[in-house]
Design a protein around this ligand. Structure first.
Ligand SMILES: [Mn+2]
Length: 406
């Protein structure tokens, strides 16, 4: 069986900007590539959507995207098993099995975007469940908060099924894959991953990787588009993996027409405004002296120290960026060690960097503030927050009052 392994489409990313269509174009080219290479099944490792509640525009484009699959014919039956209960799914096109990621995550009793796609007959969604197709068994654990990930994995305790091909799908950070300066938390390391699976696939990390460990083969498909502007994303190509289970070969296939992403780090010592602006301008001019098929993404990270009295907020690049706007999509990261601006700003910048929606930011702040109280997970924070953000204050208050009675 030929299986295409894809991840992190982030459909709807940068809606309302000049990159609005990119997530759909990249996802379409990934799906087309999979079909062209004869894939009979598609596995998706999470973050299919960028937002937990996609806009109508995103839904519309998503259904159009999935119609690409109608070019294939299939009579595949997928049998999902969760907590001893079995359910059959009949596909007329190539089947898709997916887990949800951190971006689709919603409260326990709420439907997430993948549940909606499942109801539309377009995929089978797994969370701590398995799906069998012919001789293949897919074990899927959707994205869970990093702090609880290792416990969740141990509690679920997936076991490969004897006499079958077994693949494990996850959507988590893995300790070994985080650069030392990254503040994302990870509770799972490669050693924690269970043995006996033919393949372990992890979404969430946006740069592709392939690790051949003793008793484990670990694969990160990466995202189909650049969303995080991290250095590693600039170094690795975007694409899909194709696994041929008959001959046990796994190949990485790059996507055609990728937007170039260039990452540069500039270091300064006690620098003034003009020095910094000139250095940035010089770098941009050098990069853009080459020809690109598509406007490239350029991330310039500024490091080092500023002249006395100068704060990084004082430096405006607006005029400079305006001049290069036609040629590139430029973003500038200020990582000066100025100290005095203190923690708050850094925290906000981290939130902004992770490109979370306002809802996700709000939820994160609420969770953080609650963790500093003695509330001790007395209720489902996500559900509570969803109710509040939907204006259902009475229901939210009910959750609180119910807790009080206990
Ligand atoms: Mn992602």
């Amino acid at each position: 069986m030929k299986i295409a392994i894809l991840s992190d489409f982030h459909l709807g990313f940068a809606e309302g900007t000049e990159r609005a269509g990119e997530s759909f174009e990249q996802a379409a080219s990934a799906l087309k590539l999979a079909l062209e290479k004869g894939a009979e099944l598609i596995l998706h490792a999470g973050d299919l959507f960028d937002d937990d509640v996609p806009s109508q525009e995103t839904w519309d484009r998503t259904f159009k995207l999935f119609s690409i699959l109608n070019e294939t014919k299939s009579s595949a039956v997928v049998v999902r098993e969760k907590q001893g209960k079995k359910q059959e799914f009949h596909f007329s096109h190539i089947p898709v099995i997916a887990i949800h990621g951190t971006h689709e995550f919603r409260g326990k009793d709420l439907k997430n975007a993948l549940d909606v796609l499942e109801s539309a007959g377009l995929l089978v969604h797994l969370h701590a469940a398995t799906a069998a197709v012919g001789q293949l068994v897919v074990h899927g654990l959707s994205g869970v908060p990093e702090k609880k990930a290792l416990d969740a994995l141990k509690l679920w305790n997936p076991r490969p099924r004897a006499g079958k091909k077994n693949v494990l799908l996850l959507h988590q950070s893995i300790k070994e894959f985080l650069p030392f300066d990254d503040e994302m938390i990870a509770s799972i390391s490669l050693a924690d991953l269970p043995v006996g699976f033919d393949l372990i696939v992890d979404g969430h990390l946006h740069w592709k990787s392939e690790e051949n460990l003793k008793e484990k083969k670990f694969l990160v498909p990466g995202s189909t588009m650049v969303t995080q502007m991290k250095r590693l994303e600039a170094e690795k190509e975007k694409g899909i993996f194709l696994w041929d289970t008959e001959i046990n070969s796994i190949k990485f296939l790059p996507l055609p027409n990728q937007r170039k992403f260039l990452y540069r780090k500039l270091e300064f010592k006690d620098a003034g405004q003009e020095e910094i602006k000139q250095a940035v301008e010089k770098e941009l001019a050098a990069i853009l002296s080459q020809n690109f098929q598509q406007k490239p993404l350029v991330r310039i990270k500024l490091k080092g120290t500023l002249a006395k009295g100068l704060q990084h907020g004082d430096i405006s690049f607006n005029e400079l960026l305006e001049r290069f706007r036609e040629k590139a999509i430029v973003s500038i990261g200020r990582d000066f060690t100025t100290i005095s601006f203190a923690k708050k700003l850094e925290e906000l910048r981290q939130l902004q960097k992770s490109r979370k929606s306002i809802t996700a930011m709000g939820l994160e702040l609420l969770e953080k503030n609650l963790s500093q109280t003695d509330f001790n997970n007395a209720f489902d924070v996500r559900e509570f927050f969803e109710l509040l953000s939907a204006g259902k204050v009475d229901e939210a208050v009910k959750i609180l009052s119910e807790q009080k009675k206990d």
